[in-house]
Design a protein around this ligand. Structure first.
Ligand SMILES: O=C(CO)[C@H](O)[C@H](O)COP(=O)(O)O
Length: 220
């Protein structure tokens, strides 16, 4: 199976977690695109979706799935999204697609985070995938220096602006042994909007697709 076929298998398994009549949270990325394609087949069963990016909104809209503003919702029963890496404690690095801030906001109001991944995303220690950090443009040099002082090698994502009008620094060379602590530390740098560590609000369910099938893991 190709990596994309594995992503699709994980994504379709997440349809089991979509409650009847609910508004659900929808993430961003190539794995989530498969989920949205699957959701289209059951769209009459849901009330709508809160989207985490302009790209996902466009795909949902194309299928006629009603988009709901997060400002009109207090809580979502479930949020389905991919990850760039996930560790054994259900902490993740996200933001490869640059949607980390809206993803973190939608995840924060969701009761259950269902993470959909192919098996290559499962790691022992987070950080092989460069950690995305969204920054206010005027703070980019300052934040870069601070991240370098923490031991990382920040690289500006050239030619990329987030849906919020900000920049992304991708931080290479990290081995994140304390994901919660590092998430907090990076958030304390002035000028950082969000970082791509989802440790304080990690996944609740992991659907991990390997050639032998989709394994389901639940946080205890
Ligand atoms: O965090 C994300 C986007 O900001 C994605 O979930 C993450 O990058 C995984 O993407 P893909 O499903 O394309 O592998």
């Amino acid at each position: 199976m190709t990596q994309d076929e594995l992503k699709k298998a994980a994504a379709l398994a997440a349809l089991d977690y979509v409650p009847e009549g609910a508004v659900i949270g929808v993430g961003t990325g190539s794995t989530v695109n498969h989920f949205i394609d699957g959701l289209a087949g059951i769209r009459s069963r849901i009330a709508g979706a809160v989207s985490s990016s302009e790209a996902s909104s466009a795909r949902l809209r194309a299928y006629g799935i009603p988009l709901v503003e997060l400002t009109n919702v207090d809580e979502l029963p479930v949020y389905v999204d991919g990850a760039d890496e996930i560790d054994g404690g259900f902490a993740m690095i996200k933001g490869g697609g640059g949607a980390l801030t809206r993803e973190k906001i939608v995840a924060a109001v969701s009761r259950r985070f269902v993470c959909i991944c192919d098996a290559s995303k499962k790691v022992a220690t987070l950080g092989c995938f460069p950690l995305p950090v969204e920054v206010i443009p005027m703070a980019a040099r300052h934040v870069s220096r601070e991240l370098a002082a923490l031991g990382g090698k920040p690289v500006l994502r050239e030619g990329f602006t987030t849906d919020n009008g900000n920049l992304i620094l991708d931080v290479h060379g990290l081995a994140i042994t304390d994901p919660r602590g590092f998430e907090t530390r990076v958030n304390q740098i002035v000028g950082v909007v969000t970082n791509g560590l989802f440790a304080h609000r990690g996944a609740d369910v992991l659907l991990l697709a390997a050639p032998g099938g989709v394994e389901r893991f639940e946080r205890g």
